[in-house]
Design a protein around this ligand. Structure first.
Ligand code: HEM
Ligand SMILES: [Cu+2]
Length: 494
């Protein structure tokens, strides 16, 4: 009874984060559409509009939706698989509200102060834009607040695991080194907990250099410190900037394990292999961010080399997980429903997006695609088709056990609308990128392919519409009632 209560609380926490995040996504998708439209020239010559809305779109979609919802759905997953309560629901509430204050500052900085330094706002860009100084200050402060929430998220995960009686090192995959743990009937860390522990630990480490950079920038705005070395600043940013992608991906893998376990009634196959791969991620995740600065010739060669090898190594957890999950679905009877359909699509695009990522990671190929629209295509394939899909899948899975899903049919239709249009949308970018189109350009590049931009708008519209269908369905599921309740009402009316 006690346990059920803890799970109910975690469910409400998770769905609260989710509903907020999906609302942010609904707006972010509209911004993305306007940004793409502005590149055609249809709105006139509007570079500032493009940069400001692109900056807000990137931050809102990636952090306000992706990271925030991945964080939110973690609460349920922890309690469910650890069979033990959260360490502190007060901390979970604080993380939420502190993050929201950060979001508010970001919105004000962009919409009222015109900040448009892109979502990574490479140092020292904050000091040199068409925007007001106060706006850049507020933007840096907003990101710093989100950063504090991210660190606390990591802390809450680790403390919850500890509270449940598991060793932290074991949860990070070190269990594979202990033969005694692998005897029949031994209690081991549940597999869905492992990616959560890895990202919890990873974010505590990686956010620190970034937080230093943000605080330094704030002090520099107050003329209290001199200009920092810009290459050092870039490395500090990317130390965090790469693994923050894992703040979405690793929880997504955890949710995928969890859903597949529920839908097959079996554990994921190859547990030891999967944990070995997570062990690699624990070690390597914080040493590869410099693959974002391959083009900086001032960087030492050995840093480039380590980043390339490390990036290849971090492919392991993805490959092993894709294999284990697919194997589990193949071997056991899999129930096809809303969440499982989303899992299937997510799994497919995770593999495909990984392939274009491998191109980016390879220095000899990166030379051709660096800062081109190819990169934008790669990360939208990942963010929209692989990660967002599964966040929806997991949210519907939890909603199903809450008041029910308002319309399962709509959830499945939305998946079709959004996948078909998403595939079209990203491929026009892939083509433009290979043709020399550069990213973050307020006009279509290459100019000769402006028609491609126009065509991509048709796909963008349906993509946005598909996301809105999920937004509407989620909102109705949580505020009105689920399908089950609807059916009961229909029966009562008969
Ligand atoms: C309807 C859906 C979407 C549309 C129409 C859209 C459109 C766009 C456009 C036009 C850009 C500018 C690319 C360039 O010219 O360099 C962009 C950038 C970006 N998008 Fe999206 N996008 C969508 C969904 C998403 C989602 C779901 C995410 C993340 C979860 C995301 C994350 C980003 C990021 C991080 C950037 C980079 C911003 C920057 O460079 O500062 N987008 N998107
Ligand atoms: Cu990266």
């Amino acid at each position: 009874m006690e346990q059920n209560n803890d799970l109910d609380i975690a469910k409400e926490m998770s769905l609260g984060y989710y509903l907020t995040g999906v609302t942010i996504l609904a707006v972010a998708a509209l911004l993305g559409f306007i940004v793409r439209l502005s590149q055609t020239g249809a709105l006139g010559n509007v570079p500032q509009l493009y940069y400001t809305l692109m900056t807000l779109h990137g931050m809102a979609a990636f952090v306000g939706w992706g990271c925030f919802v991945a964080m939110g759905l973690t609460w349920y997953t922890l309690v469910k698989h650890l069979d033990s309560p959260l360490h502190s629901t007060k901390l979970v509430m604080f993380i939420y509200w502190n993050f929201m204050v950060g979001v508010l500052l970001l919105v004000v900085a962009a919409l009222f102060g015109n900040f448009g330094g892109s979502w990574v706002f490479l140092y020292p860009l904050s000091f040199y834009g068409y925007w007001e100084n106060w706006a850049a200050f507020m933007w840096n402060l907003g990101v710093a607040l989100a950063g504090i929430s991210i660190i606390l998220y990591g802390v809450e995960i680790l403390l919850t695991i500890k509270k449940a009686g598991f060793g932290l090192l074991d949860a990070l995959g070190f269990e594979i080194l202990k033969p005694s743990k692998w005897k029949e009937g031994e209690k081991r860390v549940p597999l869905p907990i492992v990616p959560l522990a890895v990202i919890g630990w990873g974010m505590i480490i990686a956010t620190l250099p970034f937080a230093y950079l943000l605080v330094y920038t704030l002090l520099e705005f107050m003329d209290l410190v001199p200009r920092m070395d810009t290459l050092l600043a870039k490395n500090m940013l990317w130390w965090f900037g790469h693994p923050v992608v894992y703040l979405i991906l690793f929880p997504v893998v955890s949710f995928m394990y969890s859903i597949v376990m529920d839908y097959t009634g079996h554990d994921i196959i190859g547990e030891k292999w999967a944990k070995s791969a997570w062990f690699v991620a624990t070690v390597v995740q914080n040493f590869i961010g410099a693959h974002h600065v391959y083009a900086d010739l001032a960087q030492q060669q050995w840093v480039h080399a380590i980043s390339e090898v490390g990036t290849y190594a971090i492919i392991l957890p993805s490959l092993v997980s894709i294999f284990s999950i697919t194997g589990t679905i193949y071997l056991y009877k899999f129930k096809w429903d809303v969440a499982s359909s989303y899992v299937f699509v997510s799994l497919t695009f995770w593999l495909l997006a990984g392939m274009s990522g491998w191109v980016n990671a390879t220095i000899a190929l990166n030379e051709f695609v660096h800062n081109s629209l190819w990169v934008v295509a790669h990360f939208h394939t990942m963010a929209v088709l692989a990660l967002s899909t599964l966040l929806f899948g997991m949210a519907f899975h939890i909603m199903d056990q809450y008041k029910g899903v308002y319309s399962k049919k709509m959830a499945k239709d939305a998946l079709i609308v959004y996948v078909v249009s998403g595939v079209g949308f990203v491929h026009l970018w892939f083509i433009q990128g290979l043709w020399g189109g550069i990213r973050r350009s307020y006009r279509s590049t290459p100019e000769s392919l402006n028609l491609f931009t126009w065509i991509s708008l048709v796909f963008a519209f349906f993509l946005m519409f598909g996301l809105w269908m999920n937004f509407y369905n989620s909102y109705m599921s949580l505020t009105q009632s689920g399908e089950k309740v609807k059916e009961e009402v229909a029966v009562a009316a008969d």
